[in-house]
Design a protein around this ligand. Structure first.
Ligand SMILES: NC(=O)c1ccc[n+]([C@@H]2O[C@H](COP(=O)([O-])OP(=O)(O)OC[C@H]3O[C@@H](n4cnc5c(N)ncnc54)[C@H](O)[C@@H]3O)[C@@H](O)[C@H]2O)c1
Length: 438
């Protein structure tokens, strides 16, 4: 089976590599020829645990190739996966142009039946729109009889857990409009489906597109809801950690995505929520809950700064503040919409000196803020600090050598944006400790 993946980012590279590992011949194509060149020479553009070894193995076995020659993405392919980003345009609308361009290239180049599979997150109705574009392109090319199908196969990968999410997915959603396409997709996913056949959802393309948005929005809603409850806990004197336990042990609710914190980030949650609000708006339907989810999150991203501001009674000018963690969550170098961005900007506006440390996301920080000091390690970052703010709960931040931290800081203040530290331990050691919802 020959598959190409157009778009070699988080989704494309992980999916392409995993398909290759399952025995499929995969060509990964990207418009960023530098990225492709680096991949050809073994440089992996993203941080994803386990991916580098898997890429090396499949490249060596000749099941995985990288190409910036676009035609290679379409000729002799049984499936062409579209996994490009859909970054919103200046009006905040999902930019479908790259997908429509790839659809035209598909129509201009395929030489036998092939399935165009949309993995990117796209507005409801996109698969049908893409079908029309491909049909028109084939007609214009004089290839009226060439058969093809379009499938929607939304991706639920979580960065940092991508390989497991692909190999052992909670479910695979396959949206098709024909039996031929459904059977083709079933063949492609057979190895995974053998172990997950109860969790494959076959549906039409519109429903598949909507499932993706609904799932992301539900997760974001849980996070914002718990953050709101956490903020109220602080006001009324309740303990969110115990409340979370009490709520999450209800089998109807479950324990995931209810951890209070300093807000969600990444590309996925903010963009998908925004898209769904817009899709509602286009049909004169006001997505009130999602607007609130977004507002609560924007407020939550400023909460660590607010606690710091209150602690120092607004006198922040000249203070040195250290941040542990920059990526929007552990196990990724992705800083998109991360709470660290808002926090650093607020600290700089208030005249603070900012020192940071993150195990993998330092390069993006250096490029973005030249005046931020990037620590050599987590202890170097806290030297002379008037407070340490924990933004990302990387494992290495979980049990710091507190005596060392205290001896390096100017004032022992810890503001824990992920509720990972023990208040009694820190207070006993002489720290002033703040967390979320307690
Ligand atoms: N990252 C995630 O966790 C995640 C999870 C589920 C779904 N998604 C969705 O999957 C899609 C891809 O996300 P991502 O995080 O992999 O994006 P990404 O930005 O990491 O990668 C996208 C890649 O597509 C390439 N590209 C853009 N236009 C192209 C074109 N016309 N031709 C060829 N290559 C092109 C870019 O150069 C880039 O390498 C998005 O729609 C996203 O919303 C992402």
């Amino acid at each position: 089976m020959n598959v190409s993946i157009v778009g070699t980012g988080y989704v494309g590279l992980v999916s392409g590599t995993c398909f290759a590992d399952l025995g499929v011949n995969v060509t990964c194509v990207d418009c960023d020829s530098q990225k492709i060149n680096r991949l050809v020479y073994g440089a992996i553009p993203i941080y994803e645990p386990g991916l580098d070894n898997m890429i090396t193995r499949n490249v060596t076995d000749k099941r995985l190739t990288f190409s910036s020659d676009y035609k290679q993405g379409f000729i002799d392919k049984d499936f062409v996966f579209c996994a490009v980003d859909t970054t919103p345009d200046e009006n905040g609308l999902t930019n479908l142009d790259p997908i429509l361009d790839i659809a035209k290239d598909f129509g201009n180049n395929i030489n036998h039946y092939s399935v165009f599979v949309i993995k990117s997150t796209v507005p409801v109705g996109t698969a049908q729109h893409v079908t029309k574009i491909i049909r028109e392109t084939l007609d214009a090319r004089g290839a009226k009889d060439m058969k093809f199908d379009v499938a929607s196969n939304p991706d639920f990968l979580t960065e940092g857990n991508g390989i497991k999410d692909f190999m052992k997915p909670d479910r695979i959603v396959i949206g098709t409009e024909t039996t031929t396409a459904r059977q083709a997709m079933e063949r492609l996913y057979r190895t995974i489906l053998m172990h997950n056949n109860r969790n494959v959802i076959y549906t039409d393309t519109r429903t598949a597109e909507m499932i993706k948005y609904a799932a992301t929005s539900m997760l974001a809603t849980r996070v914002s809801f718990m953050n709101e409850i956490a903020n109220l806990c602080e006001i009324v004197g309740a303990d969110i950690n115990v409340v979370r336990h009490g709520v999450g042990t209800d089998s109807r609710i479950g324990p995931k995505y209810i951890f209070p914190g300093c807000g969600y980030g990444g590309t996925l949650f903010p963009q998908d929520i925004n898209d769904l609000i817009k899709i509602g708006g286009e049909h004169n339907y006001d997505m009130e809950i999602l607007k609130a989810v977004e507002n609560v999150n924007n407020r939550q991203k400023r909460i660590l700064f607010k606690k710091l501001f209150n602690h120092y009674k607004g006198d922040l000018k000249g203070k040195t503040i250290a941040l542990w963690g920059l990526s929007f969550k552990p196990e990724t170098d992705d800083m998109s919409s991360a709470p660290a961005i808002d926090t650093i900007n607020l600290l700089m506006e208030a005249g603070c000196h900012v020192r940071v440390y993150d195990p993998v996301a330092m390069n993006a920080t250096k490029r973005r803020w030249s005046s931020v000091y990037c620590g050599l390690d987590m202890y170097d970052a806290v030297k002379g600090a008037d407070a340490v703010l924990l933004l990302t709960e990387w494992r290495q931040f979980r049990i710091p050598a507190w005596q060392t931290v205290k001896s390096l800081m100017r004032s022992p203040v810890i503001i824990d944006g992920r509720n990972v530290y023990d208040i009694d331990e820190l207070e006993e050691l002489g720290f002033t400790y703040y967390c979320i919802g307690k």
